[in-house]
Design a protein around this ligand. Sequence first.
Ligand code: DGL
Length: 280
Amino acid sequence: MKTSKNIPIGIFDSGVGGLSVWEEVIKILPNHKLLYFADNAYSPYGPRSVQEIIERSKKISEFLIKKGAAIIVIACNTATAAAIDSLRSTFSIPFIGMEPAIKPAASLTKTGVVGVLATKGTLGGSIYNNTLSMFASNVQVVEQVGTGLVPMVESGRVDGPELDELLLKYITPMVEKGADTIVLGCTHYSFLKKAIEEIVGESVTIIDPAPAVARHLYKIAKENKIIDFKSSESLLGVNMYKSCYSNTQFYSSGHNVVLKAVARGVLSQIPDDCFMEINL
Ligand code: DGL
């Protein structure tokens, strides 16, 4: 019998960054069929043109929809900024994008200074700038493009002196200007949270929007009858998270060595046949 549990949810990113969102999704929907696409042959998206990112996002969405996806999470701030409107007008299924966490940051800050670390594409996009004018009129926002950070995470380097040097360069000016709250505006940066925490210490709060995006997905998927009682049983206290290898099929447009390693850092038992490299 085809239950809603078998209707896949698609998730995509330029690479492994979206796994930070996937990790939150499987906490809420541990049994649901998920399709994850890492477009690492085209990573990083940050320096690419809006047109290029729209083309890749359409291609990936088409692929995921052909595989049965009934809802898609754009687990990439840069692709959300460039392509969400175009995807919504091209395809009839719902798309969930990344939200820049400016609103929670503006209400949390005590110093009135918020740091935002994101890609050039995200900081230049209208979603981010509209959010700023809606929620950040009473705070000072210190923006920083994280040039070089995505390729580091893509090559599996989430600590070490080279990374620390880059992070120090990006984070120190925010802290010097008084930021007590830092927004991670790129899903790859979630994997750098520990390294950033080591630099800023406990007095700075780091906001990662991934849990909020997963909760939003849950709400929209439920409204669209894509999830059912069984697939959401973690919410009812039967959390299978960590005890199984999830129900996710991973695709990548490039090599999947790091993708496997990062996904298995979350769920160690994911078998090899859950990973597929494809030419898209
Ligand atoms: N994870 C993407 C984001 O959230 C990374 C962008 C990139 O590939 O440059 O923006």
